[in-house]
Design a protein around this ligand. Structure first.
Ligand SMILES: Nc1ncnc2c1ncn2[C@@H]1O[C@H](COP(=O)(O)OP(=O)(O)OP(=O)(O)O)[C@@H](O)[C@H]1O
Length: 233
């Protein structure tokens, strides 16, 4: 059996602000295998972003364990988490999160520079991904000179440039019109078809139907985990 990409064991997250404590996630057990496409759904405040932040090593668990690709990351330092994030995880956000001063190629290259990849090598990779995303005629444009769909394509290229084992998407079509959103979702379907492991937060049932698996949260608890198509063995 293959090593799961994600394994959360009795995971919990509590936010503490002074005397105020909020339990955002409690006792979450979740396994995501290589090549799966899972969506996370739930009402506002149910813990979706908290979960994505934990899966993306942007935050620490309060209790339990998180194994990413078979290795526990629960007790890593912030620096170690940052290293894991930049080498193993690709992020796609609703608001693209591109660096406004950098052009398309430079934005795509950012994760490679954190890894010390030589400039010429980074350029070759970034150009290939930009071409794949249909951005060849926009390589030197800055984000503000691009449409929303083009910006999201740059963000997807950036998320792929380190060949991550896990791709996390937070409402990736939330700021796009339906046609452009559909193109981005088709791109994500394509990546899934190529074997990428994808976890996406969405509020949209139509989008959720594209995934194999829909995981629902309520009040910080996982309340359902439904498989479309063939049931998981
Ligand atoms: N930094 C924080 N400090 C304190 N409480 C927080 C913090 N971040 C989130 N929470 C709380 O944790 C709970 C879960 O929040 P979370 O943002 O994960 O929900 P969500 O499902 O992503 O919501 P939305 O769909 O509105 O983005 C909420 O009750 C929220 O108020």
């Amino acid at each position: 059996m293959s090593v799961p990409i994600v394994e959360l064991k009795n995971a919990a997250k509590e936010y503490v602000n002074g005397a105020l404590r909020v339990t955002a996630l409690r006792d979450v057990n979740l396994r995501i295998d290589p090549g799966e496409y899972a969506v996370i759904m739930g009402a506002s405040g149910s813990g979706k972003s908290t979960l994505l932040n934990l899966l993306g090593c942007l935050d620490h668990l309060s209790a339990g364990d998180y194994l990413l690709g078979g290795e526990s990351v629960a007790n890593q330092t912030d620096d170690q988490l940052s290293e894991i994030r930049s080498t193993r995880i690709g992020f796609i956000f609703q608001s693209y999160n591109l660096i406004p001063q950098l052009n398309v190629l430079e934005n795509i290259e950012v994760p490679l520079f954190y890894q010390g990849v030589p400039e010429s090598e980074a350029r070759v990779k970034a150009e290939a991904l930009a071409e794949r995303m249909g951005l060849s005629d926009r390589l030197r444009h800055k984000p503000m000179e691009l449409s929303g769909g083009q910006q999201q394509r740059v963000a997807i290229a950036r998320s792929l440039v380190c060949d991550p084992i896990l791709m996390l998407a937070d409402e990736p079509t939330g700021n796009l019109d339906s046609k452009t959103g559909e193109e981005i979702l088709e791109l994500i379907d394509e990546l899934h078809g190529e074997g990428k492991t994808i976890v996406m937060v969405t509020h949209d049932d139509d989008i959720a139907h594209r995934a194999q698996r829909v995981i629902r949260f309520r009040d910080g608890t996982m309340i359902s985990n439904d498989w479309h198509g063939a049931p998981k063995p």
